[in-house]
Ligand binder design. Structure first.
Ligand code: IPE
Ligand code: IPE
Ligand code: MG
Length: 245
């Protein structure tokens, strides 16, 4: 069979074993950590700690089922409005994840890439990001971590880059190629947890023809089965891209 039109593979009990070639990129808006903690009478921090575990679980599952590109929204350009302790906690959890990835780099087939403006990040985190990106650059599947990411900032920056280059007129391709995600397939499926049905400044350009899936599950509770359910739902849809089915 031609690699470019592989179908999904299911196991004996109907479980998803491998996705097809029409599902290359899944993006996650990991939402609901705060509510998850609050429901348990705990501080929001605790929700982020549990959210980080869910993140690792879902990264592993997406690898297992053959997702080639995964993007997670970890921190938006607007999330600086939160209390400093909460921001510090999120940054610390990311550092810990990078430490783990770097310590076991040979065991993971993950090429990590941070999308977003790195300038305001701490020097320590910036160094770890640079090292992790370097150490994993030849790995197979791509994990984009959107950190201090905002779609409007990304598009504005892309246009400024093109102006600086002296371009007189821009094409859609010029813009796509100037985004953080240059050369990557657009997300086929965008999953948002915790019941909110909005993009919150995430991948607005890239999401032009993405399928959306919203679930009430709070991010720390997200399991393989929940992702499988979203994918099964994705496979029931017809993507027309403006044409006819
Ligand atoms: C995690 O969920 C997403 C981040 C911004 C890190 P939230 O922290 O937004 O959780 P809720 O929406 O307040 O429940
Ligand atoms: C979006 O979630 C950002 C991330 C998941 C990192 P928010 O919780 O910040 O979004 P809003 O404020 O509900 O739109
Ligand atoms: Mg939220």
């Amino acid at each position: 069979m031609n690699e470019s039109n592989e179908s999904p593979v299911y196991g004996e009990n109907g479980e998803l074993v491998k996705v097809g070639s029409d599902l290359k990129h899944i993006a996650f808006i990991m939402d609901g950590n705060g509510r998850w903690a609050k429901m348990r009478g705990k501080r929001r921090d605790y929700g982020h700690t549990e959210g980080a575990k869910a993140f690792e679980r879902i990264v592993e599952y997406c690898g297992k089922i053959g997702i080639r590109v995964m993007t997670v929204y970890a921190f938006s350009t607007e999330n600086w409005k939160r209390p400093k302790e909460e921001v510090d906690k999120i940054m610390l959890l990311l550092e810990k994840y990078l430490d783990k990835l770097l310590a076991k780099v040979s065991q993971y087939d993950i090429k990590v890439k941070f999308i977003g403006d790195k300038i305001p990040l701490s020097e320590k985190l910036k160094k770890k990001i640079a090292l992790a990106e370097k150490e994993t650059k030849n790995k197979g599947r791509l994990l984009n971590i959107a950190l201090n990411y905002g779609s409007r900032a990304e598009i504005t920056e892309a246009v400024n880059k093109l102006i600086k280059r002296g371009i007189g007129r821009v094409t859609e391709k010029d813009i796509s190629d100037a985004l953080y995600t240059a050369g990557e397939p657009d997300p086929d499926l965008i999953i948002r947890t915790a019941g909110e049905q909005r993009l919150s400044n995430f991948l607005m350009w890239q999401a032009a023809y993405s399928e959306f899936y919203f679930t009430d599950v709070l991010w720390p509770d997200m399991t393989d089965k929940d992702v499988e359910k979203a994918i099964n739902n994705y496979y029931k849809r017809t993507r027309r891209y403006g044409g006819l089915a």
